[in-house]
Design a protein. Structure first.
Lengths: 452, 548
């Protein structure tokens, strides 16, 4: 370890959707690595510690061969402009500034843009469009919530500081006793590392979340239920009645939900049932709900794509205006159906986690990749950029799972350019190429008109 | 692309400089209006056309967290109203809550060049500024929600007024806002902390020991003392409730002779008993405004059709959810605000909706001083800004107005004076309520007029009998001297700039605010204030001594 240590206070960890902004980073400026991340959880510590710079790695490659960034930008732009159905995907692990450029490029090339939302809380996005949502920022949970329910998630392992920083133990304005002032309920089909935090643990049968939620809605509205509900769901009626009573009685209740709800059978019906339950409860008390989002800036991606297009993900521009159709324009589908004929993947690795059929097609089309490291996807890329890591090397904006935007404080410089810079380069070149095409189209049209 | 330009032969409406339809040359250089330009300047022949300053929207909801939530909420609203790209401009979607690019371009296609987002939580300022960066052509600013700020209320309760002033100024600087916004003062805590209840009287003492009036008064005094160019922008208590005109009058009286702006005053001009159908109190409200030059207001006209309710007045949105019976968003912001969103329809056959429509028109038509009664629909709450041309026609064309009146709820019409009002607005008056008036109320010296050194934000309309068509289709729109629209087509694109203020404050106030933050916010104090990297192009409007 060198003597050249820099301390960065109030830095932000972008590993998960908690986006904790109270990191104190010790940075070894000679070795270009973070030696200590105070306040970080186990995931955050690994995120910071494992981040080293591979100095000798090329910043840009075409077909596996090292090249200049400028040439790679040219090749990327040509690839995207030539394609008839280009797709852009990823975006949840980069800054809003880069996401804005990605949407712009997709608009110019009349392509399809989608984010990792479509494979995590996409169903919650659809449920939101149907039901709405009563929600709040996490500070409000800390200050006010006396009933905290987690449904279909395991934050102890996926969002380790969710309990301590936001929802279970922190002392807030109206919860001066911290955990003592709260009742914590965990609804999950299995016991997890999160279970010990719960005062009440409810374990429905797998795939029965919708039924449990619907039963609760009925009970909240004062309807009578048959005790057969236990056979259906694995949860005794008395337990449901007790939970319903607690929900109506609390002063400020919150339902956090995870992918155990959104990615099991029922999907957006499950999320919708939960959002509807939280909405119903507002007839009796103040109640909010919130998806516990995964990637560091997936919430930013939802926001940026929404403000630029009106829709949160799965957006197609082939008719020169945004169209939204999950199932048609979501990336697993555009790949598995064989529609996509070129792809730009930003800060994501679909080749390692998509369904087989989608991966097979991805391997058969030219790919442009922007990533901070070598990935399964970048290995097969036509054009691969190595970019700097957001929050560690790159400043910019990240949205926490509750839509609170936070500005990043980078720890040390990377020799690699950031996503935004590369994307601005591609955007500029794409615009030029598209202008040429418009001019050509216009001149062709004039000639056709002249002949006619 | 700054152009030197001379516009000749056009009929100029520039009420701030007492020019009412005179044929006059307008010269532009370096983005500003000048007295003369060299002979080789580009010439626009505006023969048969009407020249006005670019429109200024003093109250709309176009960017930030609640607007984006409303966008996400309503794919059905976008699908039928798409906004295709051109080689020069980005694509988007419309409906009552358009995407950012569509918002900027559509304002431009109406001849509007400035718009103020009327309600942003401090913690959402960064988000709003990011959206502004993607909202082209128009200049824009926002009003920051400070009325329900728990820390500021604590200072008030403890009568620490010196620190209160400092903290208000700090918050304005930290968020890059244009002025202070108050929404249903005192209503947040009952909503969030007391099972979705609300305050109902301006003098009601809440458990926190502060009445809505005390909050309103404190902000009016502080902002006037600090000389913000635009006074507190106030959404009064009891919005939409029968009998609320008394609350509105009391709110205005609280200002005494200090400046205050009452937002969407139409929604606050109802007589009658709570829980029963309202009656019109437009005359009483207009009389007070007419006689008190310290008060400005925007109307918040209701237009029939689709709207989207989006408001920091969360209890109100919940009431409306009960009527619309559809989807609903509630979004609480820690220590700062509440928020509600409800897709909504104003329907001609509904008594309440017709009365709201009629009261808005009454307020316009009864007002004696158009400078202080400004055109707005509280976009998208009363209707989209895209309906401004129709609203202008309703004001300018009594024949059209009477035709429209045949289609609405007649019982409601019988309960107001709209049938008896024959006034027709002139083009000069339209220029006042859409340009000169809002610019003056906002304290924007370079906006809303065409005198020397004004920003070269200019709209040129073909003069037509059908005023809706006229105001829907400007032939030229020039923004900061750049021709954006020429012969109805987009020729250039611009980002537009942020308008904000930077009142002075003592840095020591940060040490007073910080401990509260550490206890009750969920982000770090040092990550809260918005830094200059979010400004893009911007202009600081001078904060000065108190104005009359």
């Amino acid at each position: 370890m060198s003597e050249n240590i820099r301390i960065v206070e109030n830095a932000t960890c972008t590993f998960c959707g908690c986006v904790c902004d109270d990191m104190i980073l010790h940075v070894d400026m000679d070795e270009k690595r973070i030696t200590k991340a105070k306040n970080a959880c186990v995931l955050g510590r690994a995120w910071f510690a494992e981040h080293t710079i591979e100095e000798n790695a090329p910043a840009a490659m075409i077909d596996g061969k090292k090249t200049s960034v400028a040439e790679a930008i040219e090749a990327a732009a040509q690839t995207l402009v030539k394609a008839k159905f280009p797709i852009v995907y990823g975006l949840s692990d980069t800054t809003c500034e880069a996401q804005r450029q990605a949407v712009a490029i997709t608009d110019y090339i009349k392509g399809t843009i989608d984010t990792t939302t479509s494979v995590c809380h996409g169903p919650s996005g659809l449920a939101f469009q149907g039901i709405g949502e009563s929600t709040s920022t996490l500070g409000e949970v800390k200050n006010r919530a006396d009933l905290v329910i987690y449904w279909g998630g395991n934050p102890a392992e996926s969002h380790p500081r969710h309990f301590g920083r936001y929802a279970v133990t922190p002392k807030g304005m109206f919860t001066p006793g911290g955990k003592k002032d709260r009742t914590v309920v965990l609804v999950d089909v299995r016991k997890t590392k999160s279970s010990p935090v719960a005062d009440i643990l409810i374990r429905p049968k797998p795939g029965k979340d919708f039924e449990v939620l619907w039963a609760l809605r009925a009970l909240v509205k004062g309807k009578r239920l048959s005790s057969a509900i236990e056979q259906q769901t694995g949860v005794p009626l008395t337990v449901l009645q007790d939970l319903s009573d607690r929900m109506k009685r609390c002063r400020f209740g919150v339902l956090f939900f995870g992918m155990g709800l959104t990615m099991t059978r029922g999907r957006h019906f499950n999320s919708g049932a939960l959002l509807a339950l939280a909405t119903d409860l507002n007839e009796f008390t103040h109640f909010v709900a919130k998806p516990v989002r995964g990637h560091g800036n997936v919430t930013g991606a939802d926001n940026v794509v929404s403000w630029q297009t009106g829709y949160p993900f799965g957006v197609n521009f082939s008719r020169s205006y945004p169209r939204f159709n999950p199932g048609e324009f979501t990336t697993v589908d555009t790949l598995a159906n064989g529609h996509a004929d070129a792809a730009m993947i930003i800060a994501s690795d679909p080749a390692s986690n998509f369904p087989k059929k989608a991966i097979e097609h991805l391997k058969n089309i030219p790919i442009v990749v922007l990533d901070t490291k070598c990935t399964e996807t970048s290995k097969d890329a036509h054009v691969a950029f190595r970019t700097s890591t957001y929050g560690i090397n790159t400043a910019g904006t990240v949205y926490r799972m509750d839509d609170v935007p936070i500005t990043l404080r980078p720890a040390f410089e990377s020799p690699f350019p950031d996503d935004e810079t590369i994307l601005i380069g591609i955007k500029k070149r794409v615009r030029e190429l598209m202008f040429e095409r418009h001019a050509q189209d216009a001149s062709d049209a004039t000639q056709v008109a002249a002949r006619a | 692309m700054l152009t030197t330009m001379r516009i000749v032969n056009g009929k100029v409406y520039d009420p701030a400089n007492n020019i009412d339809g005179k044929i006059k040359e307008i010269c532009i250089q370096n983005g500003k209006i000048v007295d003369s330009v060299p002979d080789d300047a580009t010439v626009i022949d505006a023969q048969g056309m009407v020249i006005m300053p670019g429109g200024v929207d003093i109250h709309c909801h176009i960017a930030g967290p609640k607007v984006n939530a409303a966008r996400k909420l309503q794919p059905e609203d976008h699908r039928h109203d798409v906004h295709p790209s051109t080689p020069l401009t980005r694509s988007g979607t419309g409906g009552t809550v358009p995407s950012t690019f569509a918002t900027g371009y559509r304002y431009a296609t109406l001849g509007y060049t400035t718009a103020m987002e009327a309600a942003v939580t401090p913690i959402g300022a960064r988000h709003t500024l990011e959206e502004f960066h993607d909202t082209p052509v128009i200049d824009k600013g926002f009003y920051v929600l400070l009325g329900e700020n728990i820390f500021l209320q604590t200072l008030l309760r403890e009568k620490r007024m010196e620190e209160f002033d400092q903290a208000v100024a700090w918050w304005i600087n930290a968020t890059k806002a244009y002025t202070v916004k108050l929404v249903n003062p005192g209503g947040d805590e009952p909503w969030k902390g007391k099972r979705n209840s609300n305050v109902s009287d301006i003098d009601e003492k809440t458990d926190e020991g502060l009445s809505p009036r005390a909050i309103i008064e404190a902000f009016i005094i502080s902002v006037n003392k600090q000389g913000f160019p635009h006074p507190p922008h106030i959404h009064c208590n009891n919005l939409g409730h029968s009998g609320n005109y008394k609350t509105t009058l009391e709110t205005m009286k609280t200002a005494g002779d200090m400046r205050a702006h009452i937002a969407h005053i139409q929604f606050h001009s109802y007589g009658g008993e709570l829980g029963k159908n309202p009656t019109s109190k437009a005359a009483e409200i207009v009389e007070y405004v007419d006689n008190h030059p310290n008060i400005t207001c925007d109307v918040g006209q209701v237009m029939f059709g689709k709207s989207t309710i989006m408001t920091a007045d969360a209890p109100l949105a919940y009431v409306l959810k009960g009527h619309s019976k559809g989807k609903w968003v509630n979004a609480d912001t820690e220590c700062e605000s509440g928020c509600g969103i409800v897709p909504f329809q104003y329907q001609e056959h509904v008594y309440m909706h017709t009365l709201q429509w009629a009261i808005g028109l009454e307020i316009f038509l009864l007002s004696k001083d158009p400078w202080r009664v400004i055109l707005s629909t509280d976009h998208p709450n009363g209707g989209s800004f895209m309906s401004y041309p129709k609203l202008i026609k309703l004001l300018m064309d009594k024949g059209f107005r009477h035709e429209e009146m045949k289609r609405v709820n007649q019982k409601a019409l019988a309960n107001c004076s709209l049938r008896d009002l024959d006034r027709e607005f002139t083009l000069n008056e339209i220029a006042i309520i859409t340009r000169a008036g809002p610019a003056r109320a906002l304290g924007l010296p370079a906006k809303g007029h065409l005198g020397r050194d004004a920003d070269a934000d200019i709209t040129i309309y073909d003069e037509m009998d059908d005023k809706e068509m006229m105001f829907n289709t400007p032939r030229y729109v020039i923004k900061s001297g750049v021709p954006i629209i020429e012969n109805h087509e987009f020729r250039n694109d611009l980002i537009g700039k942020l308008l904000h203020i930077t009142p002075e404050y003592d840095k020591k106030i940060e040490t007073v605010v910080q401990p509260f933050f550490e206890n009750y916010y969920s982000i770090e104090f040092s990550n809260y204030a918005v830094d200059d990297s979010y400004l893009h192009d911007h202009e600081i409007i001078t904060t000065g001594i108190a104005k009359g």
